[in-house]
Design a protein around this ligand. Structure first.
Ligand SMILES: Cc1cc2nc3c(=O)[nH]c(=O)nc-3n(C[C@H](O)[C@H](O)[C@H](O)COP(=O)(O)O)c2cc1C
Length: 317
């Protein structure tokens, strides 16, 4: 089974990937958070994205860069830069549900216009130096839209389809429509991956029981809450408080070296998920929520790790 880390903007950048792999063992693949805007044709990636993509910062990891765009020329140019850097695949974001992105017909917004999407995919497939995988939602308003979208993907010769079976209007609410993932497995001539609400070994077991042909599961918030989730899924040790502390300390140290005082804000993003690893998430939330200064933050984090207990079965909620 292939287990990968979902792209999560603002959290799973290169520092997170590196520290995760160091403490918990590398996942089979790590997808970068979406890269946007893409450079103009002829220009290099901007400073922030160059750091994210620099092979030095991703050593030893199997990283797939994800692009968010509807501009075929910029996509091809960026794919060329990525090929020169040694990347072997590029991923297209057709899932981002944010209103501003959708309004520009990017991310899941591209699903609204299947003709435009197909023309885009055919064009980039023909010209891209790298195979293109796609991470998609199953529609904008309703899952009735998916039959047409799936037929379109099947015609376009993509390298892999990662299905997050929610529609744009769902954002992250409700239960993933797993039956549409099942339909994809039945029909697609290319490899298929599942993504959505796999938070525990039980969730994973239920997915496998329902869809035994599954070959790739992408884990997102489950890893933010329980960075040992992939190990647990593979039958290994459950998460220990000492390793969560080690993970936290290394992540904070890496962010501090990279961005100084802003490290606290980055860590608070992580805590908004990681608090669910603890038996009393609201107590952790209260301890962290108002902090701004590094010294206050460090004291609060030390207190959490010395007084709070892990939940019996950590899961995102
Ligand atoms: C904070 C956050 C940032 C995200 N950023 C991205 C992104 O950059 N690209 C993308 O394709 N999906 C993004 N997603 C969606 C996740 O990749 C994933 O599809 C979603 O969280 C569902 O999977 P999960 O239930 O395992 O978390 C983001 C989700 C969250 C919560």
């Amino acid at each position: 089974m292939l287990l990968s880390l979902a792209p999560m903007e603002g959290i799973t950048g290169y520092a997170f990937r590196r520290v995760h792999a160091e403490i918990f063992g590398a996942l089979d693949r790590y997808y970068t958070p979406f890269i946007s805007p893409l450079p103009k044709v002829g220009a290099p990636f901007g400073k922030r994205n160059s750091r994210e993509l620099d092979p030095e910062n991703n050593q030893g990891l199997n990283v797939v860069p994800q692009l968010l765009t509807n501009d075929a020329d910029r996509f091809i140019w960026a794919a060329g830069l990525l090929a020169d850097m040694g990347y072997k695949e590029v991923n297209l974001n057709l899932g981002c549900p944010s209103g501003t992105v959708v309004a520009k017909e990017k991310g899941s917004g591209l699903l609204r216009n299947p003709n435009r999407l197909e023309a885009f995919l055919v064009d980039v497939r023909e010209r891209s130096p790298l195979p293109i995988s796609v991470k998609t939602r199953v529609g904008i308003e309703s899952d009735d839209e998916y039959d047409e979208l799936l037929a379109l993907f099947c015609r376009c010769g993509i390298a892999e389809l990662i299905v997050h079976p929610r529609v744009q209007k769902d954002f992250y609410d409700g239960t993933p429509r797993q039956e549409l993932y099942g339909k994809t497995l039945e029909r697609a001539p290319f490899p298929v991956a599942y993504n959505g609400d796999i938070f525990t070994q039980d969730d994973y077991g239920a997915l496998l029981a329902a869809y035994p042909q599954t070959r790739h599961v992408m884990l997102g918030r489950g890893i933010l809450v329980n960075p040992a989730l992939a190990r647990e899924i593979r039958g290994g040790e459950i998460l220990a408080l000492t390793e969560l502390k080690l993970f936290h300390d290394k992540l904070y140290e890496t962010y501090t070296n990279d961005m100084g005082g802003n490290a606290v804000f980055r860590m608070k993003e992580w805590w908004s998920y990681a608090k669910c690893a603890f038996a009393d998430p609201s107590s952790v939330h209260r301890a962290i929520r108002k902090l701004r200064r590094a010294d206050e933050y460090e004291t609060a984090a030390r207190r959490i790790f010395s007084t709070e207990k892990l939940a019996d079965s950590p899961r995102f909620s």
